[in-house]
Design a protein around this ligand. Structure first.
Ligand code: Q5B
Length: 619
């Protein structure tokens, strides 16, 4: 601190305890407007997962570090002299005690209401011993215009501009309440030349510092011509000021008023909003305190409404200025408006980066294709109906929805030996979590395993549309495309060991589908391939692929739309969703059995370092 009467100046740095990002942003906005460096240099958030947060300083973004302890924050920021203690009433005491022990921290602002009175008293006594300042508990803080603003003091930027809180005036203000502090800012901006410093000491019975402490500081501050003190019913704080006037510790004029004069009309002891706003003795009533202040030479208005005129009168009598002619205007830097505000107030438009046509979470409840989930539940939509909505943007008829249900059931698992389940189990045994383990299984789904559905649909549909004879199609795939027909062939299933799943699919399609054109064609192709080799059956991928084409044809999808779905991988998605169920099962099974790390047996690997096999056999 520069001078003993000043708690804050344009270089004051603060540590903010708690992740109150809006309040911090307001401080930085103020700093930017008055052209000083950012006043918040560190944040303490013991439970934060982050070690920094981004804020705007003007139109630039800056990073403010988040520490998990006050001690660390203060070690890394020894210049920070203010702690803005925004902790809850449960933690505020311990944190303040910790801050009092730190040599760099000189001022502590406590916002929490409800700090136990004995703790508040102890903190106040301790702070005074150490020559430190506590503002609060239950305080909004304060401001030294053109230097430092505590958190939300002064309200929004518009209010700060209106109350001219960006320039230093000559009036010192002390209140208990933050609301009245704002009211006074407004009055002083209109009836005098503005605020030199404004502090709300807080509404608790035992504030860390009292009116008198700050008024004595104001006495020593040559910039301050007079002060305003707004007290409340209850407590003795105003009498301490009277005592200081008697002892000539305060000689500058003070305008004083005690809120709560109405309590006399109720009779008895009335508790007002603040914890300390209750008169336990007659002398603590607002009326008595106003009388006592007047007798001590404090300017006491007849009522709060008269206070602005008293401010004007006193200001003009103490300065050569008449109100309105006094401003030594300071250029404030205009705060750039953020896009969100401009868009909200219809002053700007913004291009969106994403388009979503399947669901909306910005309404009262999430909707799937415009249908609220409550309605979805009430109408007893099945999981496959939801697939219809979210994948294809339509509610399928029951026969189609039930077909999807059948696919999911039949593809859910095919034992631990297949690529996906094997990978999932190996990954789980390497100690990985559920997501990683099932992801490693899903990643094996492809042209040879489970992911041949799209390609099967594509080639069978192409052959059918081009009226290829099954034999010609088999030849075409071998000689022109030079690939095995997707959807044909299985490692263990054959004509002698038929795949029951394919039987169930065929049975459903022939009984429930309005049209079975492509599956019939595929079965004709199967006759050709199985005549070559008995395992070249229409496999589960192939049966699903061709049946889905039949399904979409029956649902009146155009060929182009079906081709697009295939090209985007929408048909393989049915295997992915089904098999994910099984992969989760395999993962949980491994964990349940607590299986150790898997290492493949070396006798199952052919080691041949002498091999001359080249990657490319081209000559
Ligand atoms: N040949 C599946 O082959 C397999 C031919 C063919 C014409 C064909 C193979 C293939 C297409 C991909 C496909 C999905 C690799 C399968 C699934 C899910 C699963 C898995 C599970 C589950 C099997 C021997 C001879 C050769 C080849 C000829 C082979 N395939 N000709 N069209 N498609 N299919 N995948 O038995 O003259 O001797 O040289 O790639 O649809 O993944 O349970 O395991 O639920 O988890 O190893 O069911 O068919 O035959 O490669 O030794 O070839 O047959 O040209 O002829 P194989 P290969 P040649 S369902």
């Amino acid at each position: 601190m520069n001078q003993e009467y000043t708690l804050f100046d344009r270089g004051t740095q603060a540590i903010f305890w708690n992740l109150n990002f809006d309040a911090i942003q307001r401080m930085l906005d103020y700093d930017y407007m008055i052209g000083r460096n950012p006043s918040v240099v560190a944040i303490v958030g013991p439970n934060s997962q982050r070690n920094f947060e981004k804020f705007f300083y003007g139109n630039k973004e800056i990073l403010i570090p988040i520490y998990d302890s006050l001690k660390k924050a203060s070690v890394f920021h020894p210049q920070a002299s203010v702690l803005l203690n925004f902790a809850s009433f449960r933690s505020a005491y311990e944190i303040t005690k910790e801050a009092l022990a730190l040599t760099n921290i000189k001022v502590i602002v406590i916002t929490a209401e409800g700090v136990p009175e004995r703790f508040a008293r102890e903190l106040s006594i301790q702070a005074k011993k150490l020559n430190k300042w506590i503002i609060g508990p239950a305080s909004v803080g304060g401001i030294k215009p053109y230097a430092f603003k505590i958190a939300n003091t002064g309200g929004a930027v518009e209010n700060i501009k209106l109350a001219k809180l960006f320039k230093e005036g000559s009036v010192g203000i002390v209140t208990r309440s933050g609301g009245l502090l704002n009211e006074l800012f407004n009055i002083v901006s209109q009836y005098a030349d503005g605020v030199a410093e404004g502090i709300a000491i807080g509404g608790d019975k035992f504030p860390g510092t009292e009116f008198v402490d700050h008024l004595i500081r104001f006495e020593r501050n040559p910039k301050i011509k007079f002060s305003i003190m707004i007290g409340e019913v209850g407590g003795k704080s105003e009498y301490k000021v009277i005592e200081a006037i008697k002892n000539k510790l305060i000689t500058k004029p003070i305008i004083g008023w005690c809120i709560g004069t109405v309590s006399d009309y109720f009779g008895g002891s009335i508790q007002f909003g603040h914890a300390g706003a209750k008169a336990d003795k007659a002398s603590e009533s607002a009326v008595q305190k106003n009388k006592a202040m007047k007798q001590a030479g404090i300017f006491v208005p007849n009522g709060f409404n008269q206070l602005p005129y008293l401010v004007k009168e006193l200001y003009e009598s103490l300065t050569d200025n008449t109100v309105g002619n006094s401003s030594q205007d300071i250029n404030i830097i205009d705060l750039p408006l953020d896009c969100e505000t401009l868009v909200k107030t219809n002053k700007a438009r913004k291009k969106t980066h994403f388009v979503c046509t399947i669901s909306n979470d910005t309404k009262e409840e999430i909707t799937y294709c415009n249908m609220p989930i409550t309605e979805i539940v009430e109408k007893k939509y099945t999981v496959t109906d939801i697939i219809g909505l979210l994948w294809f943007k339509q509610k399928f008829p029951v026969w189609a929805s039930n077909f999807i249900d059948l696919i999911i059931k039949l593809t859910a698992d095919h034992g631990p030996a297949v690529s996906g389940a094997h990978n999932t189990r190996v990954t789980a045994r390497a100690g990985k979590d559920l997501t990683a383990s099932i992801a490693s299984g899903i990643l094996t789904i492809g042209p040879r395993f489970g992911g041949a559905i799209d390609a099967a649909a594509k080639y069978f549909k192409m052959a059918y549309e081009n009226k290829m004879e099954p034999e010609d199609f088999v030849e075409y795939m071998k000689n022109v495309e030079k690939i095995p027909i997707p959807g044909i062939g299985h490692r263990i299933k054959s004509t002698k060991n038929p795949d029951k799943r394919v039987g169930l699919l065929k049975n459903y399609v022939f009984n429930k589908f309005p049209t079975c054109k492509l599956i019939n064609y595929a079965l004709d192709v199967e006759k050709v391939t199985t005549s070559k080799k008995e395992n070249l059956i229409l496999n589960v991928d192939g049966a699903i692929g061709v049946s889905l084409v039949d399904m979409f044809w029956a649902l009146n999808y155009k060929n182009k739309d079906i081709d697009n779905l295939i090209q985007r991988g929408a048909f393989n998605a049915f295997f992915v969703i089904g098999r994910t169920i099984g992969l989760i099962g395999h993962y949980l099974d491994e964990k349940r059995l607590n299986m150790p790390l898997y290492r493949h047996p070396v006798d199952d690997i052919l080691y041949d370092e002498e091999s001359t096999i080249e990657y490319s056999q081209e000559v």
